[in-house]
Design a protein around this ligand. Structure first.
Ligand SMILES: Cc1ncc(COP(=O)(O)O)c(C=O)c1O
Length: 387
């Protein structure tokens, strides 16, 4: 008998940022003044009406299981939202609520990927995609998104890598960690290539461009669209997300969901419905604040000497080239934490080609961002000065 954990489980790699996050939290708890620019978590609490709705649901005793695919009123509200926002007709039966968008991504990939299939994904990209693919026995094939092209997806490059074994293409727009958006024409082309498209649209509402983001659902039915409440409504702790499933995969997703995940939290779904109904003002306020922070952090990073090709279109991240200071993002992130008490995420987390980058999240207020940038500037200038 083989000892130890399964090969499948062992294929999942640690999220380096989690280690750093724990260290930053520990240092904060010890009373150190840490400027937290590493976490992908909004720094506001959820909107007041959402919190009230959650409390009311608890007071009403709504503590039982929700239907496996989700509370009907919420599935309908999400379907309405696709009609209003994207002019896409999605039957509520195609919407599955999950505990955050993370299980939704796994459901989508598991629905279409077989052992040995290839899944195309961006490098750099969100690490959950590669881990989910490996976990399912698939091969990750990465298409580069280049700093010289402001990290834009190139449908041509994706087409070149698409072959007989390609089962799915992951799309994330605006993207973590770069904040870049896929252009409507590239998205349309990616959707026409043939493989399934799994489109993670979790940052759609956090976008600073005047034109709206486009959903894969506008171009194809051969797609899974993942979205959630964590980022746009500042609800990460409620653990609520969803996946829109194509008709041909409804029964497999239903079966996996019923067996492995059961249902998303009932109270969270009641709160989520309130967010969809009353959260728009919060989204607008949050977006304007993020925009101001983005402008500040990009300007300061450039002044300090980091490479930042442009103003990221969305999300709340900047992916900065650290080549003038280091070739090793992990060592550099540790050094910054220890020497300046500024905590950032090493680029290594996001793919093999990203070890000369760090990701900074502007999920902290402008005064703290300004202070963090001042600390980096002072430290890096002193470090470069002849001894
Ligand atoms: C691109 C992307 N997708 C999915 C998630 C998962 O979010 P959640 O499970 O909280 O919905 C994250 C979280 O950081 C993310 O950045």
């Amino acid at each position: 008998m083989r000892e130890g954990p399964s090969k499948r489980a062992s294929s999942v790699t640690p999220f380096l940022v989690m280690k750093l996050l724990d260290q930053a939290k520990l240092m904060t708890a010890r009373g150190e003044d840490i400027i937290r620019l590493e976490a992908g978590e909004p720094d506001w609490t959820s909107p007041a009406p959402v919190i009230e709705a959650g409390k009311r649901a608890l007071d009403d005793g709504q503590t039982g299981y929700a239907p496996s695919a989700g509370v009907p009123a919420l599935r309908e509200a999400i379907s309405d939202w696709y009609r209003e926002r994207y002019r896409a007709e999605i039957h509520p039966d195609r919407v599955f609520l999950t505990s955050g968008s993370s299980p939704a991504l796994l459901l989508a990939m598991a629905a279409v990927v077989d052992l040995g299939d290839e899944v195309l994904m961006a490098d750099p990209g969100y690490p959950g995609y590669a881990n989910a693919a490996r976990f399912l026995g698939a091969k990750c094939v990465r298409f580069p998104v280049l700093e010289s092209e402001e990290f834009a997806y190139s449908a041509d490059r994706i087409a070149e890598l698409t072959g007989d074994r390609t089962k799915a293409v992951m799309v994330n727009s605006p993207a973590n960690p770069t904040g870049a958006r896929v252009s409507p024409s590239d998205l349309e082309r990616i959707c026409s290539l043939g493989p399934w498209v799994i489109s993670d649209e979790i940052y759609h509402e956090i976008c600073y461009e005047p034109d709206r983001c486009h959903s894969a659902l506008e171009y194809t039915d051969r797609c899974f669209v993942v979205n959630g409440f964590s980022k746009r409504y500042a609800m990460p702790g409620w653990r609520l997300g969803w996946v829109v499933v194509p008709d041909s995969c409804l029964s497999v997703v239903r079966n996996m969901n019923q067996n492995f995940l059961l249902a998303a939290g009932t109270v969270s779904q009641v709160a989520g419905l309130e967010a969809l109904r009353k959260g728009e003002e919060h989204v607008q306020r949050m977006r304007e604040e993020y925009r101001g922070r983005r402008d500040l952090i990009v300007r300061r990073l450039r002044e300090i000497g980091f490479g930042v090709p442009g103003y990221p279109a969305g999300g709340f991240y900047v992916f900065a080239n650290v080549t003038p200071f280091s070739q090793d993002s992990v060592a550099f992130a540790k050094e910054l934490l220890n020497e300046t008490r500024v905590s950032v995420t090493p680029g290594m987390d996001f793919g093999p080609a990203s070890n000369t980058y760090i990701r900074l999240s502007y999920t902290t207020d402008r005064d703290r961002i300004a202070e963090g940038m001042d600390r980096l500037e002072r430290y890096l200038a002193a470090r470069a000065a002849p001894k």
